[in-house]
Design a protein around this ligand. Structure first.
Ligand code: NAD
Length: 422
């Protein structure tokens, strides 16, 4: 099939490259010229394990452009642009609206049936009530008759995104017309996993309910973990015991300093705003966010237990990405932590294997080390903020370590060691 992908960030690029690997012809479209150039030279514009190899393997099957008219030469278009939060937490559909308008404009010139798939995370109702009328207006065509429209939420995890494309837990296809359903099923036929076909609104909601549940699991682990810490109990042992219950499952119980990233915080906030708009009071979801917004402060509290006055002290920060194996710092807990350290007049020395370039744009004045060793060697105390595997190799002997992510070697070796929830 000939596929166009609108928005070539984490989701668009991985999805498109995955489809290219199945032998499809893929056109990536992005308004960011740097991303377009980078894709055309088979160089990943983001860090994601296995992506470089996938791009190099499939050279000749894809190209990138910023020209919307190339949509006409494809059979199916995936909208994968960002859906960030507005200041009040509600969803900002600006990029989706823009992409839909420009796809609609391009479709005016296309005579054959064309399928548009919304892959961006959008609230229930958005595909049919926002995207559909825009495409219809701009193209002069009728949805589900002249062109197909579907919603296909994405569940990939940054850091594991390539593997998640080829081996997902499930694929959800929100469709209305049979032709579109058939085209999507054909496209995904090389992937073997449970495939759920729903109506469009349900597919949109499955994504939000999944993320809200995962975020809840983390805040729950952290709340229990905070109590464990006060009681001298190791929350990891507790959740090992809890997770063995087959109704519960052990994944996502890593108590620590809370969740960040480009999805959980914004998606839970958007769901809260939507629920309130509908006259509901989403008490549980608000508590999930409340726990998360405070959790990273535990790290600073524990640090100050050992160094009450941070003025002039050099504090090492290990990890800046919101999770390991990515260069993504969106909503990373490292951001408020570094901010708090600077407000306390500490000197910060930081290291991350992949995310320093992105972090430097936000904090140009922080000292960036060339390795984790440098951080440990040259600081009065070390904060572990992201659980990169390489931090398991460092020498923590003689150091004060405050650990937000459970690095076992630090736990065994450090002179003074505090875990946030253990
Ligand atoms: P991203 O910010 O990495 O990428 C979005 C891309 O869209 C950017 O490169 C931007 O330049 C481009 N863009 C914006 N407007 C455009 C337009 N009108 N035309 C063409 N390109 C345009 O975002 P992402 O992390 O890939 O997320 C995309 C969507 O997928 C979001 O709704 C997100 O919630 C959802 N999602 C993300 C993840 C994840 O782990 N990142 C996982 C599942 C779902």
């Amino acid at each position: 099939m000939r596929i166009s992908v609108i928005g070539s960030g984490y989701v668009g690029l991985i999805t498109g490259m995955g489809f290219a690997d199945f032998g499809n012809e893929v056109t990536f479209l992005d308004i960011n010229e740097k991303i377009v150039e980078s894709i055309n030279s088979a160089t990943p514009p983001i860090y994601e394990r296995g992506l470089k190899e996938l791009m190099q393997k499939n050279v000749g099957r894809y190209k990138a452009t910023s020209e919307y008219k190339s949509v006409i030469d494809t059979d199916i278009t995936f909208i994968c642009v960002g859906t960030p939060s507005k200041k009040d937490g509600s969803i900002d559909l600006g990029y989706v609206v823009d992409a839909a308008a420009r796809v609609g404009e391009a479709l005016k010139e296309r005579d054959d049936f064309h399928v548009v798939v919304v892959k961006s995370t959008v609230l229930p109702g958005t595909t049919e009530e926002v995207v559909k009328p825009i495409i219809e207006k701009e193209s002069g065509k009728e949805a589900f008759k002249d062109f197909g429209l579907a919603m296909n939420p994405e569940f990939l995890r940054e850091g594991n995104a390539v593997e998640d494309f080829f081996k997902p837990d499930r694929i959800v296809m929100g469709v209305k017309d049979e032709k579109t359903k058939h085209i999507l099923e054909t496209l995904y036929s090389p992937i073997s996993c449970p495939k759920l076909v729903t109506d469009i609104k349900t597919a949109e909601m499955i994504k939000y309910a999944s993320n809200a549940f995962l975020a809840t699991k983390i805040s729950f682990a952290n709340e229990i973990g905070n109590v464990c810490k006060k009681l001298g109990i190791d929350a990891y042992e507790v959740f090992r015991g809890v997770g063995l219950d087959h109704r519960i499952n052990p994944a996502f119980f890593r108590a620590g300093i809370g969740f960040g990233g480009s999805c959980f915080p914004k998606d839970v906030k958007a769901l809260i705003a939507k629920a309130e708009e509908l006259g509901e009071d989403p008490t549980l979801l608000k508590a999930v966010m409340g726990v998360n917004e405070k959790q990273h402060m535990k790290l600073i509290e524990l640090l100050k237990k050992h160094i009450p006055d941070l003025r002039g002290k050099t504090i090492g920060v290990l990890g800046l990405a919101f999770k390991p194996d990515t260069d993504d710092i969106r909503e990373s807990k490292a951001i408020p932590i570094v901010k708090m350290l600077l407000e306390e007049s500490a000197n910060v020395i930081a290291y991350d294997p992949e995310a320093m370039e992105n972090f430097r744009r936000l904090f140009p004045d922080v000292k960036y080390a060339s390795s984790g060793e440098d951080v440990v060697k040259n600081s009065d105390a070390v904060l572990i903020v992201t659980e990169w595997v390489e931090f398991e190799e460092l020498d923590y002997k003689g150091k004060i370590v405050i650990d937000g992510r459970r690095i076992d070697k630090a736990r065994r070796e450090a002179l003074v060691y505090e875990g946030v929830c253990w």
